[in-house]
Design a protein around this ligand. Structure first.
Ligand code: NAD
Ligand code: UDP
Length: 317
């Protein structure tokens, strides 16, 4: 790579699941990467594993003002707890992370004339009444429910992105990320894939919420990282929002059965109450991502789960 193609990139949420994979991929492309995180739901080991001459780390909360003196060409804003038990633990802080944190990073992008990618989410569609969900669907979020701190925070962050773009000309990219999984998720992350795998490997009951007929569509981490980089590197006219996710849809009961089969576990299914406002169905319409980014996921659920199971097995060995 020639020096002019080497970029200086800030990744917030770098100690987290997606952020740490993204940093590794950007370093692999020869870029200079600064990771920023306050370790709310991230993992110090993820940062230690990135150590090297092109990686720099700042321990900081995106909600607090910070006089960053470095220059960056690109900012990926991934800072926000993403697992329902984590983001509901301190809901006010969660919403402020998206809103004030998003504002602070947009201000930084404006000052540095940097391009910024906002990690938005399929949760902005709430409990969708349109299926699959295209970007034109404006969603069905219960703004006073327990998930609203996350959903409405992310919706407000999208609004801020578009207002900074329209009024100040900031170059924005908004990615609506659908359920993503893979190695480096925390064992106690609390989301369904890591819960089911760790329970199956330990021979514990599989905690199936509700009747298990609610659906999700799971994207393997390598596909997601490729999509995020493709969006960041797309033509300036492409602002998004762009759905990024794997359109293969499964019920949670099907997911549990698949994980039991792949782990060879004899764990029993244990039905638990369905959390409030849990979306009944979710599947991304990725027509736009295919058209404008030439991107689509390549890793099947079976292959991705096998890699994720191998990771968790190695962790517990
Ligand atoms: P994660 O919880 O593993 O990572 C989030 C990271 O952000 C953590 O390292 C955490 O410590 C850090 N963080 C939280 N609040 C912060 C703050 N105030 N200041 C600085 N750092 C802070 O979650 P993830 O799955 O890696 O998600 C990354 C991003 O992608 C999030 O913004 C999330 O909303 C979005 N997203 C993820 C998914 C998914 O399925 N994984 C789906 C949709 C959207
Ligand atoms: N879920 C489950 N058991 C668990 C964790 C989650 O059945 O141990 C269900 C949850 O109710 C939801 C789906 O799995 O319907 C996905 O949950 P997750 O927390 O992974 O993501 P999100 O709800 O944010 O899509």
């Amino acid at each position: 790579m020639t020096i002019s193609m080497i970029k200086k990139i800030l990744v917030t949420g770098a100690a987290g699941f997606i952020g740490s994979h993204l940093c590794r991929a950007l370093l692999g492309r020869g870029h200079k990467v600064t990771g920023l995180d306050n370790f709310l739901s991230g993992n110090r080991a993820n940062i230690e594993a990135l150590a090297g001459p092109n990686f720099h780390f700042i321990e900081h909360d995106v909600v607090a003002l910070y006089n960053i003196s470095e220059i960056y060409d690109e900012i990926y804003n991934l800072a926000c707890p993403a697992s329902p038990p984590h983001y509901q633990q301190d809901p006010i802080r969660t919403m402020m992370t998206s809103v004030i944190g998003g504002f602070n990073l947009l201000e930084l992008a404006h000052r540095l004339n940097a391009r910024i990618l906002q990690a938005s989410t399929s949760e902005i569609y709430g409990d969708p009444t349109v299926h699959p969900q295209p970007e034109s669907y404006s969603g069905n979020v219960n703004c006073i429910g327990p998930r609203a701190c996350y959903d409405e925070g992310k919706r407000a962050a999208e609004t801020l992105c578009f207002d900074f773009h329209r009024t100040l000309g900031v170059s924005i990219k908004v990615a609506r990320i659908f359920n993503t999984y893979g190695p480096q998720m925390r064992e106690d992350d609390g989301r369904v894939v890591s819960n089911f795998i760790t329970q199956a490997l330990a021979g514990k009951d599989i905690t199936l919420y509700g009747d298990g007929q609610q659906t999700r569509s799971f994207c393997y981490i390598d596909d997601m990282v490729a999509g995020l980089i493709a969006l960041m590197e797309s033509d300036a006219g492409i602002t998004g929002p762009v759905n990024l996710g794997n359109p293969d849809e499964f019920t949670m009961e099907e997911l549990a059965e698949k994980i039991l089969e792949l782990t060879g576990s004899s764990s029993a299914l244990s039905c638990q109450p369905l959390p409030a406002d849990d979306p009944k169905q979710r599947q991304p319409d990725i027509t736009l991502a295919r058209q404008v980014l030439g991107w689509e996921p390549k890793v099947s659920l079976d292959k991705g789960l096998a890699k994720t199971i191998a990771y968790f097995k190695a962790q517990s060995a």
